[in-house]
Design a binder for this molecule. Structure first.
Ligand code: GLA
Length: 402
């Protein structure tokens, strides 16, 4: 697919608003109370499958996002329509139904979690527009949760409820874990909630301390390659991997009760416990332990401007996800191999949960077209699929659109 590095159009805010007024009598009657909320997807630079092990992650919110134009209502009913395709979903805030298997689950999950926290919610009629590819590993679910949270809160701002954006992220995550049943970590919601333009976020998933890390974007771009082999987290082996990490912790803690999570395990401790772990469980734990080290090394390298080191760490992370944690796919491996052979591609690895989805690449600005051409030339022949290449910019986290 040779072409612009950014084929996706921006979401047309006027169209979203006009469609809301056209479809929803409540919006036509009260057009001055219409508001718009947005929440971004994210790409993770490094630190994969570490968040639910209380480790480190380095995600960036990106300028692909979900927007909802909405009008609040008095009927305690949430009704949301997709701009593209017109599919409609809804539920009553006072009797939130069990999950149905569709996208509305993520809205209902967020409503359930916020209400369970005692936060005041209000029904609405809304139209949802998105330029964020779904089921691609760019956290469309977290974006839908955070956009829903901002749409549901009454008054429409977490600070008016005495909660900060990290708490909002945790509540959204709780909805996904307990209502949807995917035992995901906090990374995606934290990135979608707290992202900052031009930066990535180093997040310690144990203390929840976080800080913005500048990226070398004057001469480079972040490029996402979508493998075209979609993934559904709830059908994947994600929960199995999580259980394997828990098993490693239980076995290591039996000898050393100070160990509460893989965050408490370093390479020496892991090697010391080798005989207690099966070969498979050892590999899973080794990935997590070394990946945590790589995140901190990558932050040092970025701060020192050492892009060669960043490239090496991305390569090690990908190899570890492929060989030790076993969550890559032939498509993701092909994308990384092709990208790595292109002069000017500084770093490439799979991003997100894996099992399909996307790769993330740090690419010299003048090499983006070369990367697109190489993928267009080689990827279909190797995989029988077509990939989408998207240059993305780190963006601010969720909120009201002025
Ligand atoms: C998914 C989950 C995150 C994280 C990543 C893997 O995106 O939602 O919490 O575990 O996978 O790093």
């Amino acid at each position: 697919m040779v072409g612009p590095a950014r084929p996706d159009d921006a979401i047309d805010a006027d169209l979203l608003r006009a469609t809301l007024i056209e479809r929803e009598p409540a919006a036509a009657r009260a057009s001055t109370s219409i508001r718009m909320v947005r929440a971004p997807g994210r790409v993770n630079l490094i630190g994969e499958h570490t968040d639910y092990n209380e480790g480190f992650v380095l995600p960036a919110a990106i300028d692909l996002e979900i927007r909802i134009a909405l009008v609040p209502t008095e009927d305690r009913r949430v009704e949301l329509t997709l701009l593209e395709g017109g599919e409609r979903g809804g539920f009553d805030l006072d009797s939130i139904p069990p999950k149905s298997g569709g996208w509305i689950d993520y809205v209902a999950a967020t409503a359930w979690s916020l209400a369970d926290e005692g936060l005041r919610l209000r029904g609405f009629r809304g139209i949802l527009g998105s330029n964020l590819p779904i089921s691609s590993g760019l956290s469309s679910s977290a974006a839908l949760e955070l956009a829903s949270a901002w749409a549901l809160l009454d008054p429409p701002n977490p600070s008016a409820h005495g909660i900060d954006k990290m708490t909002l992220a945790r509540l959204a995550q709780r909805g996904e874990v307990e209502y949807v049943g995917v035992r995901s970590g906090l990374m995606d919601q934290a990135a979608s909630s707290l992202g900052r333009v031009r930066t990535a976020m180093l997040l310690d998933c144990r203390s929840l301390e976080h800080r913005a890390i500048g990226l070398p974007l004057a001469r480079h771009r972040l490029v996402v390659c979508d493998s075209g082999s979609p993934r559904r987290l709830d059908r994947s082996e994600y929960n199995t991997r999580r259980a394997e990490c828990d098993e490693a912790v239980a076995l290591i803690a039996a000898r050393d009760p100070s160990v509460k999570s893989l965050r408490d395990v370093d390479v020496d401790k892991l090697i010391g416990a080798r005989f207690a772990l099966s070969e498979r469980i050892f590999r899973r734990a080794e990935h997590v332990v070394r990946e945590n080290e790589r995140v901190l090394e990558a932050v040092d390298a970025l701060e020192a401007g050492d892009l060669e080191a960043v490239g090496r760490l991305f390569a090690q992370s990908h190899a570890s996800l492929r060989d030790l944690f076993e969550v890559s796919s032939p498509e993701l491996d092909a994308l990384v191999e092709i990208a790595t052979s292109v002069p000017g591609v500084v770093a490439a690895r799979m991003t997100g949960a894996g099992f399909g989805g996307c790769t993330v690449n740090l690419v010299a600005r003048d090499a983006v077209d070369r990367l697109i051409e190489a993928i267009d030339r080689e990827y279909p022949a190797r995989t029988g699929r077509r990939a989408r290449v998207l240059a993305v910019e780190p963006a601010d986290g969720a909120g009201l659109v002025a």
